[in-house]
Structure formats: structure tokens, C-alpha cells
Design a protein around this ligand. Structure first.
Ligand SMILES: [Zn+2]
Length: 255
């Protein structure tokens, strides 16, 4: 199936996952202290902060640089938003207009909060996401340890169909469907890898998934940015939804 997917797109692909964790660009060394404080307050205050931040002009403006770069390279991605970083309808339309998708970055794994946060994201963005990821290791409103079974159960309850965490199944060549949810089995992160590792991963016998937080582009004084440009030039970058749709189509044709 991997060969069929690559031949469908005509080149090697790289599936892009952007987790939008922060309301403001808080990249090390670049941001004023006041911005970091504002970011902290908004994240800590949850939904009330989100409503307040809707009237803040510079909210989520750090996405613009990624959007410009991807647009210039013809790259597309899935942006996963927390309830606290939910995009306005205007921003969501802009993303989709450039071929990107809006996904859900879940802060919490208790059913009530998982559904409540998703509903909030849907209301603010006027979109219904299909894909989701979990927000781990966060000091504020963190979802706790990643548990695939629990995430699949939550996804089913919420009517989502793609879990793009990319964890637990390094041997999978392509995503698999478990209990009605498409699951990506592995991933790499720009923050935790070097360029050579990502290229080796993305050219191996698998559909590669790469996690990039907007602020990761400033890793090691701009190396992240340079690496991302190399990756965009080498691979056809796609959102998770599109790859799953092609996979589904190819599987249906094969049966
Ligand atoms: Zn996160």
C-alpha cells in the first residue's frame, strides 16, 4: 500500500502535524517578557482567557510565518488547536483556503472536558475537525500520559476519525484503522530530531508524520527554520486528512 500511495502523489510525501500550543509566539529569545506573561495568563485562564484573547489583535500571529513559508512551497498541513488557541472563523477559513486543515489538540482526557473543549473549538472556528492529537507534557492543563485505547474511545464518542499522535507502532508502513479510527503509528518531532534523522525517517519504508510546533522553527537560532525549508523542498507535504482519504480510496479500489 505504501508504493500505491507514493505513486498516487507522484513523489515521497511528508505528513505535517502542527500543534498550536500557544496563543502568542513565545520562541526563546525572540519574544518580549510581557508576551510570555500574557501567553501564560491566557493558557492558565482557559476558556475565559480564550474569549478575552479573541479581541487581542496579535493573537496567533505566529502562525503567519509558517503559513507564508508553506504557501510559497505549495505545502499543506493539519493545524491542531487547543480550546485556548481556537482559531477565529476568519483564520480557520484562511487556513482552509490555502489547503490546510483544522484539527483538535486535546488538553484533557476526561470525557466531559474532551467533548467540551472540542465543542468550544467548533463554535469559535465554525468548523468540525476530523482529526485529533493529545497535548502532552504541558504544565498548564496537560492531558497526562498518552493512552491510545483511551484516545480512540474518546475519538469515537466525539465523532472524530483520525488520531494523528504518531506513537506506539514504529513498524507500521501506513496508518491503520482501529475501532473505526484511523491511527498514525509513529512520528518524528522537529524539536527533538536533527535534519538527517528526519530525512532518513521520511525516505524509509513508511508514511512519515512530522510534528512541528510553530515555535520549533526557532530552535537552535533558526536551524529549525532552515531544516523546515529543506524538508519542504524535498517532500510533498500534506495534511493527515488527505493522506487518510487517499488510503481509504486505494483500499476500497483494491477490494
Ligand atoms: Zn501540545
Amino acid at each position: 500500500m505504501l508504493e500505491e500511495i507514493i505513486s498516487h502523489f507522484g513523489e515521497r510525501i511528508l505528513v505535517l502535524r502542527h500543534d498550536v500550543d500557544n496563543v502568542y509566539d513565545i520562541a526563546g529569545g525572540r519574544s518580549p517578557f510581557a508576551k510570555k506573561i500574557a501567553n501564560f495568563i491566557l493558557l492558565a485562564s482557559g476558556r475565559i482567557g480564550d474569549l478575552a484573547s479573541l479581541i487581542t489583535p496579535s493573537r496567533l500571529d505566529h502562525l503567519q510565518m509558517i503559513l507564508d513559508l508553506e504557501e510559497a512551497q505549495g505545502a499543506r498541513a493539519t493545524f491542531f488547536f487547543r480550546s485556548v488557541t481556537a482559531p477565529t472563523e476568519k483564520l480557520a477559513s484562511k487556513l482552509e483556503g490555502s489547503g490546510h486543515r483544522v484539527g483538535y489538540h486535546a488538553d484533557d482526557v476526561c470525557v466531559k472536558d474532551f467533548i467540551g473543549d472540542l465543542s468550544f473549538l467548533e463554535r469559535i472556528s465554525n468548523r468540525k475537525p476530523r482529526s485529533f492529537t493529545g497535548h502532552g507534557f504541558a504544565k498548564i492543563r496537560g492531558g497526562g500520559k498518552y493512552d491510545e485505547k483511551l484516545m480512540i474511545a474518546l475519538g469515537r464518542i466525539a465523532g472524530l476519525d483520525i488520531l494523528a499522535q504518531g506513537s506506539g507502532h514504529p513498524e507500521w508502513a501506513v496508518p491503520r484503522r482501529i475501532a473505526g479510527i484511523w491511527v498514525f503509528g509513529h512520528s518524528r518531532s522537529l524539536k527533538k530530531s536533527v535534519l538527517e534523522e528526519i530525512i532518513e525517517y521520511a525516505t524509509g519504508p513508511r508514511i512519515p508524520l512530522l510534528l512541528i510546533h510553530p515555535e520549533d522553527l526557532w530552535k537552535e537560532e533558526g536551524n529549525g527554520w532552515k531544516w523546515f525549508e529543506v524538508l519542504l523542498s524535498k517532500f510533498r507535504c500534506l495534511p493527515v486528512e488527505e493522506v487518510v482519504d487517499v488510503l481509504t480510496k486505494l483500499l476500497n479500489e483494491g477490494t
